[in-house]
Design a protein around this ligand. Structure first.
Ligand SMILES: NC(=O)c1ccc[n+]([C@@H]2O[C@H](COP(=O)([O-])OP(=O)(O)OC[C@H]3O[C@@H](n4cnc5c(N)ncnc54)[C@H](OP(=O)(O)O)[C@@H]3O)[C@@H](O)[C@H]2O)c1
Length: 327
């Protein structure tokens, strides 16, 4: 395994594996035995960066979520896992009532929700301190200042380490960080967005959240990342939910001329290296100039093995240039 640092403050920064593991479907779609086997193998391979959320996976059983955090709590207890494993969770997108969704009934990012939901997450995970806590989606009702102060209060109390943000417009991330900096408070240091080698069109409804915000790391977000060396991008759905091996899964917003060109480059590099396309995508993210940590989900140990092997796949400068240039 290889590692990189997330965060800049010596008090809160952490060394995490360059491949993160998504636990979104653990405890719901993926059964406990398989989930534990995947988690055990990931840790055995040196992985220490696991991702969940307080709302995973509410859509599976029409509840409010929490199964993933609860499963991770049981796994931590049964294995005697301590703070060597970084578990990141999120709040803000938990539906307020069963049978509803974050689309129109999300808990949001008020100071009260931040305090109470973080506490529930700590209970489910069995953790005194959340290593990394994200704002999951935008809240257009609560003033950013309140959200910034709400998160910072938990850091000050020692119940949260690092702060992160997901699916927010780049300008909102910048504004929240500026508010925090001006007040001498900790701000978001980890940015979590959908990011893969194939790129979606951003001008079709499929690529937008229902509120019109964009979950994908587009050019604006990437340029922000380039300008702020202390930030890390955690790239969710790097394997496009399995679409590289099952093209029928490719969402409609990837239907544009750039997709065949980038797929051709990926396949060429896969042939040259003897790796799979999935591995080339992950290696391209891990070894690039920008600090990107791919966050892949898996439903079997075999898929995890394939993804773990990408950590040792070194692409040449020429291969990387071809992958970057294809469009
Ligand atoms: N911040 C957010 O809003 C947000 C949104 C979505 C996800 N996430 C996080 O990101 C994590 C990963 O996202 P994701 O599950 O959407 O996307 P992903 O990692 O791109 O896709 C995971 C799926 O791809 C398939 N897969 C994985 N490895 C494979 C391999 N080696 N060969 C063939 N197929 C493979 C599996 O599908 P099958 O199981 O069908 O075989 C697996 O369930 C989640 O667990 C969650 O923690 C965050």
């Amino acid at each position: 395994m290889k590692y990189r640092t997330i965060g800049t403050d010596p008090q809160t920064r952490r060394e995490v594996s360059v491949l993160a593991l998504g636990a979104m479907l653990f405890g719901s779609v993926t059964d406990e035995k398989t989930s534990f086997a995947v988690l055990d193998r990931y840790v055995e391979a040196g992985g220490n960066f696991i991702d969940t959320s307080d709302n995973y996976a509410f859509w599976v059983d029409g509840g409010r979520g929490g199964q993933s955090e609860e499963l991770l709590g049981r796994w931590r207890r049964s294995r005697g896992i301590g703070d060597e494993i970084v578990i990141a969770t999120k709040l803000g997108a938990r539906p307020l009532a069963p049978g509803t969704s974050y689309v129109d009934n999300a808990e949001g990012l008020s100071a009260k929700v931040i305090r109470e939901s973080a506490e529930r997450s700590r209970e489910r995970l069995g953790l005194a301190k959340l290593d990394l806590l994200y704002a999951h989606i935008e809240d257009h009702e609560v003033p950013l200042q309140e959200t910034v102060e709400g998160f910072a209060a938990l850091v000050a109390e020692g119940t949260v380490g690092l702060l992160g943000v997901s699916n927010h417009a780049a300008w909102r991330v910048e504004r929240a960080r500026a508010l925090a900096a001006a007040a001498g408070l900790p701000g978001y240091e980890v940015l979590q967005y959908a990011h893969s080698h194939l790129r979606p069109r951003s001008d079709v409804p499929e690529s937008l959240f229902p509120d019109g915000s964009l979950g994908h790391a587009g050019p604006d977000l990437l340029s922000y990342l380039r300008a702020e060396p202390g930030l890390t991008l955690v790239a969710y759905s790097p394997l496009l939910k399995g679409a590289y091996t099952r093209p029928d899964r490719l969402p409609a917003d990837f239907d544009h001329p750039g997709t065949p060109a980038r797929l051709a480059a990926l396949r060429e590099v896969a042939r040259e290296t003897g790796a799979t396309v999935n591995q080339v995508v992950l290696a391209w993210q891990i070894g690039g100039e920008l600090p990107i940590v791919p966050l892949a989900g898996v439903s079997s140990v075999a898929q995890l093995e394939e993804n773990l092997a990408a950590v040792d796949l070194e692409l040449t400068a020429g291969q990387r240039a071809r992958l970057d240039a294809a469009h």
